[in-house]
Design a protein around this ligand. Structure first.
Ligand SMILES: Nc1ncnc2c1ncn2[C@@H]1O[C@H](COP(=O)(O)OP(=O)(O)OP(=O)(O)O)[C@@H](O)[C@H]1O
Length: 271
């Protein structure tokens, strides 16, 4: 079954067209990474699926339009105001308000325990009583992820969840997400190619239009269409599972391409 079905999606901000004729199907159980250059329309796509911006075209979630009840959306943390006087645990508990059924709704002990466990999972349980204004950028981002997870969505939309996160914590977050993917479909905007190598099952490449959707393997043609530059500008330090085979150029510290298709099996051997 398709969890998300997008047809002829067009998004304009005033005169500027951010997305042009995007068609995309996301199957149940997918872990889709959305890649593309700055301004390529990745956040716009996620916002359109989450229903937070106007668009033309059709977006269905679990077969129905505007079916947001089963969806968890984590926006870019920079989009949010952190002056609101609320602490970390209160932010977590607010996730349960979504399931509120009546006026005298009360949080249960089990909810508190689950929230603390989830904070623990992301390593920020010691911050439970801090206000959100007192968190670092990375801590706040982890909190947003905890809150989104606590809503127990069937479809998780993540906009650069590791943008402010150190490499070790990022790796841990990708492990947590891979675990969650056993029970929920995930669509994640990222610039992190190591995430693509370690946890996503498929990728969609966006640069106003959808350039590619499929296996998490990039070739020179996709890279050039997406970033408008050859592989040596973006390959540095990135894994061969995602990018064509490349080696470091000791002279200038960059990378150089070793040939694409014919070196692929050799690259696979390295991994
Ligand atoms: N609120 C807005 N008003 C006007 N233009 C916008 C607005 N939001 C985004 N845009 C423009 O739409 C285009 C797509 O933006 P979007 O944020 O979706 O890109 P992105 O791929 O997520 O970029 P990044 O990797 O830099 O986060 C960009 O050209 C951007 O300048």
């Amino acid at each position: 079954m398709n969890v998300v079905s997008i047809q002829n999606l067009n998004v304009y901000y005033a005169q500027h067209q951010a997305l042009k004729n995007v068609n995309l199907e996301v199957e149940e159980g997918a872990f889709l990474g959305i890649l593309g250059p700055n301004g390529g329309g990745k956040s716009t796509l996620i916002k359109a699926v989450a229903g937070s911006i106007p668009y033309s075209g059709t977006i269905k979630i679990f077969g129905a339009p505007r079916n947001f009840s089963c969806l968890g959306y984590m926006p870019q943390s920079s989009d949010l105001n952190r002056k609101f006087p609320i602490n970390v645990l209160e932010v977590c508990m607010s996730a349960y308000l979504r399931k509120k059924r009546h006026f005298f709704y009360r949080y249960t002990k089990a909810m508190h325990e689950e929230a603390m466990e989830c904070l623990c999972l992301l390593g920020i349980e010691h911050l439970a009583k801090r206000t959100i204004a007192e968190l670092s950028g990375g801590e706040f981002q982890k909190l947003l992820l905890v809150r989104t997870i606590l809503t127990d969505p069937k479809l998780l939309l993540l906009d650069e969840p590791t943008a402010n996160i150190d490499p070790r914590s990022s790796e841990h977050i990708f492990e947590v997400l891979a675990g969650l993917n056993k029970k929920m479909t995930i669509i994640m905007v990222t610039h992190d190619l190591s995430a693509v190598a370690s946890c996503v099952k498929s990728i969609a490449c966006l640069s106003q239009t959808l350039i590619y959707h499929g296996e998490p393997r990039l070739n020179a043609d996709i890279l050039t269409k997406m970033y408008g530059c050859p592989i040596d500008l973006i390959a540095h330090g990135h894994p061969h599972r995602v990018l064509p085979y490349h080696v470091h150029d000791g002279e200038n510290g960059g990378c150089c391409e070793m040939g694409l298709e014919h070196r692929r099996s050799e690259a696979d051997d390295i991994l």
